[in-house]
Design a protein around this ligand. Structure first.
Ligand code: PLP
Length: 408
């Protein structure tokens, strides 16, 4: 992989969306936690696919089908390299993190028995809570959780007590989307394994910020979304260890996931196809392959250092505004700044920021239990990416001051 130089102007020039204005204001995009913008190389790749390569995969002998199949499988290898999976068939294409977690909940869930326990945390996105509650209701499982502390870290000291001989799976976010907390994944996974508990890591908010190596972490499953790592929407991947994926039955039936079908019975296909029923998002997978190849060209240490600087600068600046409360002050934190301003509704602030070209997210960020914990309805969240700049933070702080003056 060729290392790309970390030149912020050159990086920004690759993103057409970032060149726009909102009315008379330059667009300042601080909603990266929700989705990232797309570099031209990804947009061009999708264009090329639909212009020159479009065909259904795996079942065709003709020229286009072969090209399309080759590129789809090449994308799988790109993702394998990106997360350092041992085998490419341990990478299952999904529609995103939510889909990956639901797959594990349903398929791993069938291996569980009444009374078995799933451990999650109070910090999770709804997509790492609801699928477990659904399978728990269906199978008579118990869902327990690691509680949140006031600074936005999890109370991992309770892990030993919460892990029992019945805890079959621990599922937690690598990075919190609403508070930015980075969880000590490797250490936690080791502890869970010493209890015989499998681990699913929700990597929706981590891969775009730092290197994630599934073999080094030793997680059993890892789910992520393409659209948060500069790829298209509607595509993502689930990593699973080979033996576990082989043990699990599929939960979606249809084309491609079978070896043979008769009117009496079906023999399932091998990995990874067993879990990829129907025509997949071929263009999306190829675009995601391009996105992770592009991202892999950067030095992650430089990305992390730069984003840390953005976060420190924004945190310092926002503290100069009267009545600001920051939610999430973990020691190890990703570039997410969640806050409220005393007496003002987050939605009103978001609307006034938007009128000045600043895109932030307001609300509960699909983490209602986190909001309940702090006794608030939601926050204003500015989430930074390495294509953002300190100048944009200055524009944001000035716009925020203006908004506060107008509302107070
Ligand atoms: N998990 C976390 C931590 C997230 O931040 C998100 C999305 O914001 C998800 C899961 C769900 O991702 P998706 O909607 O792409 O499936």
């Amino acid at each position: 992989m060729v290392e790309t130089s970390f030149d912020i102007e050159l990086i920004r020039a690759q993103f057409p969306t970032l060149q726009q204005k909102v009315g008379k204001y330059p667009l300042v995009y601080f909603d990266n936690g929700a989705t990232s913008q797309k570099p031209k190389v990804v947009i061009d790749r999708l264009d090329q696919y639909y212009k020159l390569e479009n065909a259904n995969i795996h079942r065709g002998v003709h020229y286009l089908s072969q090209i399309s199949t080759d590129n789809y499988e090449k994308a799988r290898k790109s993702i394998q390299a990106f997360i350092n999976a041992k085998h490419d068939h341990e990478v299952i294409f999904t529609s995103g993190t939510t889909d990956g977690i639901n797959l594990v909940a349903q398929c791993f869930g069938t291996l569980l028995e009444k009374g078995d326990e799933i451990l999650i945390t109070e910090l999770e996105h709804h997509s790492n809570i609801v699928p477990w509650q659904m399978i728990a209701a269906e199978k008579g499982l118990l869902v327990k959780y690691i509680p949140l502390l006031e600074n936005g870290e999890l109370d991992w000291d309770q892990l030993d007590e919460l892990l029992t001989e019945k805890t079959k799976l621990l599922a937690f976010a690598h990075v919190s989307n609403s508070l930015g907390t980075i969880n000590p994944a490797k250490e936690i996974i080791k502890k869970a394994h010493s209890n015989g508990t499998k681990v699913l890591l929700d990597a929706a908010q981590s891969l775009q910020h730092f290197k994630v190596d599934v073999q080094d972490l030793d997680c059993d499953f890892l789910a992520f979304s393409g659209h948060k790592v500069f790829g298209p929407t509607g595509i993502g991947a689930l990593y699973g260890k080979e033996d576990l994926l082989n043990e699990m039955p599929p939960y979606k039936g249809g084309g491609d996931m079978i070896k043979t079908v008769s009117m009496e019975k079906t023999e399932y296909n091998e990995l990874p196809f067993k879990f990829e029923a129907g025509t997949p998002h071929i263009a999306g997978a190829i675009g995601l392959g391009t996105a992770v190849d592009w991202l892999s060209g950067f030095n992650y240490n430089e990305i992390q250092q730069y984003e840390d600087e953005l976060l420190s600068y924004a945190t310092e600046q926002i503290k100069t505004i009267d009545g600001v409360t920051i939610y999430g002050e973990a020691k190890n934190k990703s570039s997410i700044l969640s806050f409220l301003i005393e007496g003002l509704h987050p939605y009103d602030i978001g609307t006034l920021l938007n009128q000045q070209g600043i895109a932030v997210r307001t609300g509960h960020h699909c983490t209602q239990p986190v909001m309940d914990h702090f006794g608030i309805p939601g926050t204003i969240r500015a989430s930074f990416c390495f294509y953002n700049t300190k100048e944009e933070i200055d524009l944001f702080i000035n716009a925020l001051k203006k908004a506060v003056d107008m509302l107070k």
